[in-house]
Design a protein around this ligand. Structure first.
Ligand SMILES: [Zn+2]
Ligand SMILES: [Zn+2]
Length: 151
């Protein structure tokens, strides 16, 4: 802390035109309201498992919780954990083929010859495998790049 104050008062930084300010206060863990203390959330909720799709960097955390907490979470749609904003959705476990994108069978039992892209639905490519061919994936990638520039 002392070194932070020293840094803030640094003449060299001021001369260089740099300004030091405190980080902006992020919103707290959740917007569930005062009824939901961290202790109560912990009691009502437990991590069931986490899931990472092959080729994707993000991880999904599947939690089991009381119906009451579930409806609150679904209503607000996102929670803040540390510096991250996490999207909250229902987890519905239905097998979806990663080749043809149809439900009810895994890829190893798929009878389709041509793969279907999970982003745009075209048959000429698969999302992750032929990245450059998918226009929707390109748009999404550009959007992610643009938002991270703003941070
Ligand atoms: Zn299939
Ligand atoms: Zn595509």
């Amino acid at each position: 802390m002392a070194s932070a104050i020293k840094l803030r008062e640094s003449e060299a930084l001021k001369k260089a035109g740099l300004r030091i300010s405190d980080p902006k206060q992020r919103r707290p863990l959740n917007e569930l309201g005062e009824d939901w203390s961290l202790e109560r959330i912990k009691e009502d909720c437990r991590l069931a498992f986490k899931k990472q799709r092959r080729g994707f960097s993000e991880t999904s955390y599947v939690a089991e919780c009381s119906p009451n907490l579930r409806s609150q979470l679904i209503k607000i749609g996102q929670v803040y954990v540390g510096w991250n904003t996490l999207e909250v959705t229902d987890y519905i476990d239905v097998t979806c083929c990663t080749k043809c994108q149809m439900f009810g069978h895994p890829e190893r039992y798929c009878r389709e010859k041509e793969p279907t892209c999970n982003m745009c639905g075209e048959n000429s490519h698969r999302g992750v495998d032929s990245y450059s061919m998918c226009y929707l994936r390109k748009i999404q990638e550009r959007r992610i790049r643009d938002t991270s520039d703003e941070l």
